[in-house]
Design a protein around this ligand. Structure first.
Ligand code: GUN
Ligand code: ZN
Length: 434
């Protein structure tokens, strides 16, 4: 099938740096009547409509005026096998995991179920404007197969891995140090760097990995330095206390992952709420990334993430949904709850920085800013089109909006999947009729 070029017309917004404040116009490019020329799945040009309208005479036109055209959203922590766990009652993290999450994940040994749910999972991501995610699959290699197979079918840039977990979990949801190594190794060989897929070595968290399995994770990370490493950290006080019992020789929770050589710029540590000063030092020294999961942290009553404190130490924080502990696939809803979490900490999340965060900011944390997260020519054409008048309440509010920042803030606080007018993955339209 040959792909024709597409001209996407709309109000273009793309970030070139992290906005340092409400007036930091140098950090982004905004073109009121703008256009993107998309060719071969990439952005060939980003300019005014006038400059581009005659450049590709045969190009298909997608006119999205008056909506905003931005880079697709990036979710840096989500669980594919929790698509049917979201909104499950539970007291706190360990109770919620044992009661709902672990039993549900045992079902993903079934390749048919895994394939069906992978389809549903990607449908939700796309509906919500998310074009790249870093996901946890279940312990079963079949679930990672389903995850990457479906991503390949949709040509999506997806990061993921089967979780390694060999203890403190029910029958049917444990591997062994050896099988976790062998399965991960085989999945990396098959999927990492194939098309747009990237692999994340995924020891679930210290509680479900024995020291012997951590040794295997160490070997995998050493043997595959270009893969990601994702896990959970300092989410909940009971979790932290149990980890200290299981790993008495480590200095603290992050010390466990440090002791096994898992940290570095490719390491994504979900939650990272209750950090000790030494742990923050280790983040800074290793260049590892805390991942803020606001809807999940509120839902499970886990705590308030200290974004400004960590940024002040030079850390590059990512932001994510953490479905199914998280309660929405929407990165807009995630920004909304994130805004409130930070407000409780006396911090402010300005809309310019918020929209930078879920696009270029998360791409930076992933080291993928040359490929995704902006509308720069040469990058992959993963694009979202946003409508700030998506429902009557937003329409009323928009009547009083005067600036781009106001419009973005309305999307940040009131937006959800209804505000996602269209989505393109590698230049191909996935949501909204052509
Ligand atoms: N810690 C270990 N596994 C999980 C999980 O699935 N969700 C959350 N929120 N925390 C975890
Ligand atoms: Zn998680």
């Amino acid at each position: 099938m040959t792909e024709t070029d597409t001209l996407i017309r709309g109000r273009i917004l793309s970030f070139t740096a992290e906005p340092q404040g409400p007036d930091d116009t140098a950090a982004y490019r905004y073109i009121e009547d703008g256009a993107l020329l998309v060719s071969g799945g990439r952005i060939a040009a980003c300019d005014t409509w006038d400059a581009l309208k005659d450049r590709a005479p045969g190009a298909r036109l997608a006119d999205h005026r008056p909506h905003l055209v931005m880079a697709g959203f990036i979710d840096t922590h989500i669980h594919m096998p929790q698509t049917q766990v979201i909104a499950s009652w539970g007291a706190q993290l360990l109770d919620w995991l044992n009661t709902y999450t672990f039993p549900e994940e045992t079902r993903y040994a079934d390749p048919g179920l895994a394939a069906a749910m992978a389809r549903a999972f990607y449908d939700e991501l796309i509906r919500h404007g998310t074009t790249t995610a870093a996901a946890y699959c279940s312990v079963h290699a079949t679930s990672a197969e389903a995850y990457f197979t479906e991503a390949e079918r949709r040509n999506m840039a997806m990061i993921g891995g089967k979780v390694m977990m060999d203890r403190n979990a029910p029958d049917g949801l444990r591997d062994t140090p050896r099988t976790s190594y062998d399965d991960t190794k085989a999945l990396i060989a098959k999927w990492h760097g194939r098309g747009r897929a990237l692999y994340a070595i995924t020891p679930r968290f210290a509680i479900t990995s024995s020291p012997e399995q951590m040794e295997m994770a160490r070997a995998l990370v050493a043997e595959h330095p270009d893969c990601y490493m994702q896990t959970h950290l300092d989410e909940n006080h009971a979790e932290i206390a149990y980890t200290a019992e299981l790993y008495p020789d480590s200095k603290d929770y992050l010390g466990v992952y440090e002791d096994y050589g898992l940290l570095g710029p490719k390491a994504l540590l979900g939650h990272a709420i209750h950090l000790k000063p030494r742990e923050i030092d280790v983040f800074a020294e290793t260049g590892s990334h805390p991942v803020f999961c606001p809807t999940s942290n509120l839902f499970l009553g886990s705590g308030l993430f200290d974004d400004a404190g960590l940024r002040g130490r030079g850390l590059v924080n990512a932001i994510a949904t953490d479905v199914g502990g998280g309660t929405s696939y929407s990165m807009l809803t995630t920004l909304n709850e994130g805004y409130k979490v930070l407000a409780l900490n006396g911090q402010k999340l300005h809309p310019l920085r918020a929209f930078h965060w879920i696009t270029r900011g998360n791409a930076l944390a992933l080291g993928l800013e040359d490929r995704i997260g902006t509308l720069d020519p040469g990058t992959d054409a993963d694009i979202v089109v946003l409508n700030a008048r998506a429902n009557p309440a937003m329409e009323l509010r928009m009547e009083r909006a005067r600036t781009l920042s106001e419009e973005l803030f309305i999307l940040q606080i009131m937006g959800d999947d209804r505000a996602v007018e269209a989505v393109y993955v590698a230049g191909k339209r996935q949501k909204g009729s052509a």
